[in-house]
Design a protein around this ligand. Structure first.
Ligand code: 8YV
Length: 334
């Protein structure tokens, strides 16, 4: 910032919960987006040129080309959201721009949505919920109609045992699922004990043995297409795949192909490789009831979104007061 005496100019790219915007108005010189239309790259470039602080969301692609247009005042990108794969963080850090995110506050809600997808897919909830409103229940109940799969006693393989992975494991354990996980590092022994969790150093070996796979790791260069076509083929034909993390972690085309071919049973997806575009093959599978598709709703609760905004404010405030903001992205996290 050129002067610490004036309030920092904070540009927020999307509409945030009212309480968050109200508090931001009190604290900062704020430029909001009341229409909530996603900003194009031109509007983003202007924002980067003029702002002291940018508050983007998952819908803003802040790549190296855009960062090259950043003005000298831009010192902080305070992301509204946990994942920062839409930001060239390494490029920002090289330019001396700090990047923060909002971890922790959306953990429980995202884990709930993951469990909801597991149940929705296994018990055909989305398919069933369409039957009565669509007027197709004339034949009534039948012993062999709308049968799904029991989840109790099945094996859940969690890819990424961070906060959300662990929160999912707690829920899944209560539903009688056996917890298996793959992670860069083995979880602490007390966590493994609490969750009765089995660690698989080899993702390939875990995939071949589980009934449900849930992706709960961030999207980084190392996890891009971690569930590749080759790995997806290791799954049992009855397996279910669930993803509430990032679309890019799964080779989406391969997943659609394998479900079409009956080599994987079904999937529940809250995130996609080309959001907001969704592959027509997946949409077709959703119509046939083989997959459940949600429009990136994992953290979509009033509580999470308000707490995320609160975190953004704390990060900006501490940074502007000359302290290290609590949720900095460090190079070691990339
Ligand atoms: C948010 C998310 O909705 O925090 C994340 O990483 O994926 C979502 O929960 C979104 O990122 C907000 O920018």
């Amino acid at each position: 910032m050129s002067s610490l005496k004036r309030k920092p100019l904070v540009v927020v790219t999307r509409r945030l919960p009212e309480v968050v915007e109200a508090r931001m108005r009190e604290l900062f010189d704020i430029r909001l987006n009341p229409d909530d239309k996603p900003m194009g790259s031109e509007a983003l470039a202007t924002a980067l040129r003029e702002a002291d602080v940018l508050v983007p969301t998952v819908t803003d692609r802040i790549d190296s080309g855009l960062l090259a247009q950043a003005g000298p005042n831009l010192r902080l990108i305070a992301n509204f959201g946990n994942g920062v794969d839409h930001i060239d963080v390494a490029g920002a850090l090289e330019r001396g721009i700090t990047v923060t995110n909002t971890p922790g506050v959306l953990t429980e809600d995202t884990a709930d949505m993951t469990m909801a997808l597991i149940l929705a897919v296994a018990r055909r909830v989305a398919e069933g919920a369409r039957i009565i409103p669509d007027d197709n229940w004339d034949a009534g109940w039948s012993p062999t109609w709308m049968l799904g799969r029991r989840i109790t006693g099945k094996r859940l393989g969690i890819v990424g045992m961070g906060r959300i992975g662990q929160a999912l494991a707690r829920r899944a354990k209560a539903f009688g699922l056996q917890i298996h996980y793959h992670n860069r590092r083995k979880a602490p022994v007390q966590i493994e004990r609490e969750l009765d969790a089995t660690y698989w150093e080899s993702l390939d070996q875990m995939l071949a043995r589980v009934d449900i796979v849930s992706v709960n790791c961030p999207h980084t260069p190392a996890t891009y297409h971690l569930l590749s076509a080759r790995r997806l083929k290791l799954l049992k034909p009855e397996a279910i795949v669930v993803n509430t993390a990032r679309g890019e972690v799964i080779d989406e085309n391969a997943l659609a192909r394998l479900i079409e071919a009956g080599e994987i049973s079904a999937a529940g997806l809250d995130v996609f490789e080309q959001e907001p575009a969704v592959s027509p093959r997946l949409v077709k599978l959703a119509r046939s009831g083989k997959v459940v598709l949600l429009p990136h709703m994992g953290s979509a609760t009033h509580e999470s979104r308000t707490d995320m905004g609160e975190k953004v404010i704390i990060n900006i405030k501490t940074f502007m007061d000359g302290h290290r903001p609590p949720d900095r992205i460090l190079p070691s996290m990339l």
